[in-house]
Design a protein around this ligand. Structure first.
Ligand SMILES: [Zn+2]
Length: 214
């Protein structure tokens, strides 16, 4: 079968072109670069934005599993002891950072009846609503539920020879108090909180309660 002469010319031209060593090397490099671009996949974790090896696929499972944890970690507030001492009063520091307990019937919120939200003294996170506050007779502010269970971390506490459940602010790790199972309906829980661990924000007249779900 006869090869058209113009085709022969093209092949001859290409061979002559590739005989030049530098042009040959550049061509090989360009071909390699094209292959890399086609084979590689988008990647958010490297400088080039593309990966020859698919790192995304290799780490996908790990990233997915840890996602809630990473989000939580990003929200966490961590400060040194010195920074906490500067921010808090000695009583607030003793209670929230050293798991102290204020004397019953002495805190500013145990008999307080304001309408609003109780926030963490360490980080300002909204923890309890006045709607869930009740008089437990214990001498400490008591709530039958928190605003969001995710904002309160529960830890076993076996100090003082008793089994109790310590409650801490999930965001800044401030010791708040303890939760007991002798509370009123509907939860049967009693969040027993130190006044010194809380900061009260009054609900303004006519203001929609930010904690209302509807
Ligand atoms: Zn906090």
């Amino acid at each position: 079968m006869a090869v058209p002469s113009n085709m022969l010319n093209k092949v001859e031209f290409l061979m002559r072109y590739l005989k030049n060593r530098y042009i040959f090397l550049i061509t090989v490099f360009l071909l390699w670069a094209v292959v890399i671009l086609v084979v590689s996949k988008p990647c958010s974790s490297c400088f080039w934005g593309k990966c020859y090896v698919d790192f995304n696929e290799q780490t996908a499972v790990v990233i997915d599993t840890n996602k809630p944890k990473e989000e939580k970690m990003a929200d966490k507030i961590e400060k040194t002891d010195e920074q906490w001492k500067q921010q808090l009063t000695p009583e607030q520091y003793e209670i929230t950072r050293c798991s102290g307990t204020e004397e019953p019937f002495t805190g500013k919120y145990y008999d307080f009846k304001g309408i609003g939200t109780y926030k963490c003294i360490g980080c300002g996170e909204n923890l309890f609503s006045s709607d869930a506050k009740y008089d437990s007779g214990s001498g400490w502010p008591s709530f039958y539920q928190s605003l969001d269970p995710n904002k309160i971390t529960e830890l076993p506490d076996n100090s003082l020879g008793r089994q109790r459940t310590e409650i801490r602010c999930s965001k800044c790790d401030a010791h708040l108090g303890h939760v007991f199972e002798d509370g009123p309906k509907p939860t049967g829980l009693r969040y027993c909180v130190n006044s010194a661990a809380l900061d009260f924000e009054e609900k303004e007249k006519g203001e929609k309660d930010p904690n209302d779900k509807d």
